[in-house]
Design a protein around this ligand. Structure first.
Ligand SMILES: Nc1ncnc2c1ncn2[C@@H]1O[C@H](COP(=O)(O)OP(=O)(O)OP(=O)(O)O)[C@@H](O)[C@H]1O
Ligand SMILES: [Mg+2]
Length: 520
């Protein structure tokens, strides 16, 4: 029992005759004679496959990259990577159940790992394989190229929330800095808490059935048998101190919520830090509101402007090409005004700074005032499409809306500044849209962070960020058409009656004014 708890080592060296035998589960391997045996029977392992086994054994549990395999197995040849898969799969087949000891480390290579059910062998002292199972080696966290600005207290808030609750979702509008904040919080937890961090971005996952595969890959599980993926995944996290950063869940909410619940059930030590433009609504979820960065008021002094986190962030993005942007006093006013018009959204500020590099501050200020969607288009080539342009940033949210939400958003864009629900109903409940429809649509828009709710005295206040409003007004050129059939009154992705009821219930979600943290 104790053995299995410790997941005893699988590879041993035993003297067998004059040869030293390596053990992988129930398989004995002689590197000298290049033979492998199971229950006294010699396995039929081809020469290339044996070379692979050899290099894995010699690595003693460390990762062997594909390049290392290539140069060991085909030292003088350039071969297609597919050859590795062919011989590896032949090797695994020969090893049978012991083939599970060859683990794929996503995008890095392969290594030998202990088999959980192997209690038959003890580890010899001179084995280079660790006696307890090694922690899973995850992909490194993505790199953030600018320091995190203006969120000094939030890292502490998030990490302490993750002590009390298994799931924390960083919720906020597009480009507010959710992913950056999640990465910094994860780094801090890893440094302080000896927790392994697994980063899984759902942004590139476009089909719901791919979510589980993506998670399995992040945990180094081979996609060989769909049915076994979930049990294997749950087995991989059991009893491990893991922080899963589940990034950009907004288009896969149900799948992300389901995955999160299963993982949390499987391991009391697992924590999930999700980022999303809409809450997961999974069990035990705590929301942390990621507000845009503070912007200077219209009457702010230069000193106040320069002390604003959004301005600091703009200057940090600009620092890659200039360090003296603020030497000209008039630039300070223009930077303050650009940050204000872009709502202090770090992604928009990044796009603006890269535009200013080409055309200078004065031109940027004119363009942002005139048509930011046409000009803020020069994002990083390596960024995902939704982050390369200001339009893309909002399109990503817009395409997740239902028809009714789109129609109401367009109507709400005509209101400038804050509004109450009854005012919104007067403006938007026209044609075939009832007041009830408007309420339901606003609930959806609030939960998707396209309308912001701030609790007021008697009545709550609602407003659209300037960029959202501008976007919706521009879309008025091509307003959404209400179909001939019954108006689709539900959320775009809700596929069930449950979805409809949760959409209605969401009126009180995503409320920055309720404080940054609240339980769903
Ligand atoms: N507080 C901050 N200080 C400095 N840079 C920041 C800050 N927040 C975000 N950034 C930078 O702004 C850009 C956009 O941030 P990020 O990708 O985290 O936004 P997001 O909210 O996750 O966007 P999306 O909704 O598209 O997923 C990134 O380059 C990021 O490094
Ligand atoms: Mg993100």
């Amino acid at each position: 029992m104790l053995m299995s708890l410790l997941q005893v080592a699988f590879l041993d060296q035993v003297a067998w005759g004059v040869f030293s035998m390596e053990k992988i589960g129930r398989t004995s391997v002689s590197l000298e004679t290049r033979e492998a045996f199971q229950n006294g029977h010699r396995l039929r392992i081809g020469a290339r496959a044996f070379d692979m086994l050899e290099v894995l054994i010699q690595a003693r549990g460390k990762i062997v990259t594909k390049n290392q395999i290539m140069s060991h197995v085909w030292p003088d040849l350039v071969v297609e990577e597919g050859n590795i898969h062919v011989h590896l799969s032949a090797l695994r087949k020969q090893l049978g159940a012991d083939g599970r000891a060859i683990q794929t480390v996503p995008r890095r290579g392969y290594r030998l790992v202990p088999l959980d059910d192997d209690t038959s062998v003890h580890q010899s002292k001179n084995s280079a394989i660790p006696s307890t199972s090694p922690s899973i080696e995850f992909e490194p966290l993505p790199i953030c190229y600018t320091p995190l600005i203006g969120r000094e207290n939030e890292i502490g808030e998030i990490t302490s929330a993750l002590q009390d609750t298994p799931v924390v979702t960083l919720l906020g509008p597009g480009g507010a800095g959710k992913t950056h904040l999640a990465i910094e919080a994860a780094q801090s937890m890893r440094a302080n808490g000896r927790v392994d961090v697994c980063f899984l971005s759902l942004a590139p996952v476009l089909r719901r059935e791919q979510v589980l595969n993506a998670a399995a890959e992040a945990f180094g599980i081979e996609p060989f048998d769909e049915l076994l993926l979930l049990p294997k995944l749950l087995g991989a996290v059991a009893d491990r101190r893991i922080l899963l950063v589940l990034d950009n869940c907004e288009h896969m909410l149900e799948e992300a919520a389901r995955l999160t619940e299963r993982l949390v059930q499987a391991s009391a030590n697992l924590r999930v830090l999700a980022t999303s433009r809409e809450a997961l609504r999974s069990r035990n979820e705590t929301l942390h509101w990621v507000a845009p960065l503070a912007t200077p008021g219209v009457d702010a002094t230069h000193r106040e402007i320069l002390a604003c986190p959004s301005v600091e962030t703009f200057l940090a993005f600009a620092a890659s090409w200039t360090s003296d942007l603020t030497k000209e006093p008039e630039n300070v006013d223009m930077i303050g005004s650009v940050c204000r018009q872009l709502d202090g959204l770090p992604l928009a500020l990044e796009l603006a700074a890269s535009r200013a590099r080409v055309f200078g501050m004065r031109q940027l200020a004119c363009e942002v005032a005139d048509d930011p969607f046409r000009t803020l288009i020069g994002g990083r080539r390596t960024a995902p499409a939704r982050q390369r342009t200001l339009l893309g940033m909002l399109d990503w949210s817009y395409q997740l809306l239902g028809e009714l939400e789109r129609v109401v958003l367009h109507k709400l864009a005509k209101i400038s500044g804050h509004f109450h629900l009854d005012h919104a109903q007067t403006v938007a409940a026209v044609d075939r849209v009832s007041k009830g429809d408007v309420t339901e649509a606003i609930a959806g828009l609030v939960s998707k962070c396209l309308v912001i709710r701030t609790p007021g005295g008697e009545k709550d206040d609602y407003y659209l960020l300037g960029t959202t409003r501008e976007y919706a007004l521009r879309k008025l050129d091509r307003p959404p058409k209400i179909g001939e059939g019954p108006l689709e009154r539900t959320r775009h992705r809700d596929r069930s009656a449950e979805g409809r009821s949760t959409a209605r219930a969401s009126t009180h979600f995503a409320s920055p004014g309720n404080g940054r943290r609240h339980r769903a």
